[in-house]
Design a protein around this ligand. Structure first.
Ligand code: ADP
Length: 283
């Protein structure tokens, strides 16, 4: 037990013996079926966390899995824009229905609930955490094989609520070469370990650019350190994704699902393998 324990586990991240981890996990909507839930996290904003969530989800959907994205970045939602979604979410008597992307992925985001998608969300943390929980408890998610949760950046209130309340199968950490990679990854690793959540892989986004003339990989932000960091933290699944202007264009024009790439194909397959083995071992 922590020295300063006030017996309120909901506001404490200490993984001590008095914590009953399961007791915080919320049940999803009674009509929802969600098999695997993966959170995509980053130390700070702007590193490509939403891009990673979207591309990982596309890799999952392309592999034939029914895929969903929960955009938990309530104050900076960018998933609907990347997928070209402008519809509003509809409700039924049973609950809120996710919006479907062109490619058939189920999506819930603050931006599909606002009357005007340019409206800012100027809310305090507790309200934001409550909304994210409602995305889990009040939305009817239909037969989902993989749900990717695009987390807000950092290790604050909302990520903590998600870590405690959703039955996460693991996290994917997104970083960039100039992102003080060692320290930031370490913080995410430590948070996941405190909450007993497996780390399924690290993405080094904007790792390099490919010279359009000679095809050489140029490390614009300095040499990659992600392999060393992954090794140090015992993480075997690593992917380095380049700065790709076609990717930016596809995201900006809402056509990320049409973007042909295999940046995340084997990264996703590795995750799928890890989680299938775990399920087998549990049986
Ligand atoms: P975050 O969710 O971490 O705040 P985003 O995923 O919204 O970051 O990415 C920030 C910006 O960088 C977006 O405009 C996105 O299109 C762009 N971006 C992200 N990753 C790449 C990449 N690998 N190549 C080119 N542009 C990228």
């Amino acid at each position: 037990m922590s020295e300063n324990c006030n017996h309120d586990c909901s506001s404490c991240a200490e993984n001590c013996s008095s914590r009953d981890k399961q007791s915080f996990i919320k049940a999803p909507h009674k009509l929802s079926k969600i098999r695997k839930v993966i959170a995509v996290v980053s130390g700070k904003g702007g590193v490509g966390k939403s891009m990673t969530s979207a591309l990982l989800a596309c890799a999952s959907q392309r592999s034939g899995r029914n895929t969903a994205i929960m955009d938990a970045d309530i104050t900076g939602p960018s998933i609907p824009k990347m997928l070209g979604i402008h519809d509003r979410a509809m409700g039924s008597e049973e609950g809120i229905l996710p919006v479907l992307s062109e490619g058939g992925m189920q999506v819930m985001s603050m931006n599909v609930l606002l009357n005007n998608e340019d409206e800012p969300v100027v809310w305090r943390g507790a309200l934001i955490s409550g909304t994210v929980l409602q995305f889990w408890t009040d939305v009817v998610w239909t037969d989902v094989d993989y749900m990717f949760v695009d987390m807000p950046p950092g290790t604050g209130d909302v990520p903590l609520t998600i870590f405690q309340s959703l039955p996460l199968d693991g996290i994917v950490i997104v970083t960039t070469p100039q992102d003080l990679v060692g320290m930031i990854v370490k913080k995410a690793v430590n948070m996941a370990r405190m909450m007993n959540i497996p780390i399924l892989g690290i993405v080094e986004n904007m790792s390099y650019v490919v010279c359009p003339d000679c095809g050489r990989k140029i490390s614009v932000f300095g040499e990659s350190k992600v392999d060393a960091v992954a090794l140090e933290n015992g993480i075997a699944n690593v992917v380095k994704v380049p700065i790709d202007l076609d990717l930016t264009k596809a995201a900006d024009s809402g056509k990320i699902e049409e973007f042909e790439n295999d940046y995340y194909t084997s990264f996703f397959e590795n995750i799928d393998k890890m989680l299938s083995e775990k399920t087998k071992n549990k049986q």
